[in-house]
Design a protein around this ligand. Sequence first.
Ligand SMILES: Nc1ncnc2c1ncn2[C@@H]1O[C@H](COP(=O)(O)OP(=O)(O)O)[C@@H](O)[C@H]1O
Ligand SMILES: [Mg+2]
Length: 333
Amino acid sequence: MLDKRIKPSLIVKYLDQYVIGQDEAKRIMAVAVYSHYRKIESAQRDALEMTKSNVLLIGPSGTGKSLVCETLSKILGVPFVTADATSLAQTRYVGDEIEAILQRLVDKANGDVVRSQHGIVFIDEIDKLKAPRGERGGCGESVQHALLKIMEGSQVKLANARYIDTTGVLFICGGAFVGLDDIMASSHTYGFISTSGADDRNILERLNRRVKPTDLFQFGLIPEFTGRLPLVARFQELTRDMLARILVEPRNCLYNQFREIFRNEGVELVVEQPVFGQIADVAFEYRTGARSLRGIFEELMTPILFKVPDDPALRKVEVFSLYAEPRYIRETS
Ligand SMILES: Nc1ncnc2c1ncn2[C@@H]1O[C@H](COP(=O)(O)OP(=O)(O)O)[C@@H](O)[C@H]1O
Ligand SMILES: [Mg+2]
């Protein structure tokens, strides 16, 4: 089912073309999806029961969690849907809502239920399902129970009396988990082991960075649920440098998108390197990860794009500062 040539290293290489940074998370996810599809194969071959390892992505908003999942589904060629845990918690009909998510997965597979059974479901904002301090039995908790069932693998009835078996569906949960670091800082006790060598330090740091199920439990998720998410990948806050790279490096980056728009008008767009740094500085202040980049870039481009169609002699536009008029270069006749 999974092309034999698709190895974790290749998956990471592919991700690198679209996602800047997040190297550790990329590696964890590449191995996770690789093992997942290998497990399905051997379960089918030997008619074994399959123990799934669903994945939890932890990291601030706008750092690439959704992007990684979407890109993964593309390289694997499997159907992919995103759902939002907050809306699950707000509905009284969790079962219906979950059914609708799986129905969307089938739709993504063009109605092919068998294909949809190897798809990926990304459930975002999973941290919003936490129980309020000390409280148990809230609506977030019942959503966790409902999700648990499909994550473990179950037959879910769809609207048209068909069934989807979720055993082979890979569930990836995501969330910002604000406050988790404080919990980890107080619960991880490896700090007092005396360390001399740099290697010991590294091992210690790795252990301390690891998110334990007990940390997630303290955060407010139910133990059964945390137990279903044995793999945790952490996404780092994007630095200014990474934000600037996101504008120019990914295959479908904003700069390339706009260069294409200008090219269609017969105009070459050149944005000088320092401008990307300026945009990154502004985006960094907004604290929404890479999410604000598009808005800032569009704001820079809009007045230029307004003029271009009225100026048939225009051949080139050079932007050298976010705060200065660009240079318009026309054909001299
Ligand atoms: N590490 C990254 N590399 C490249 N682009 C990114 C990265 N992180 C975020 N982006 C951009 O920001 C947008 C929002 O990111 P998203 O993956 O939805 O963030 P999250 O799911 O972590 O909140 C993406 O569509 C993408 O264009
Ligand atoms: Mg997202």
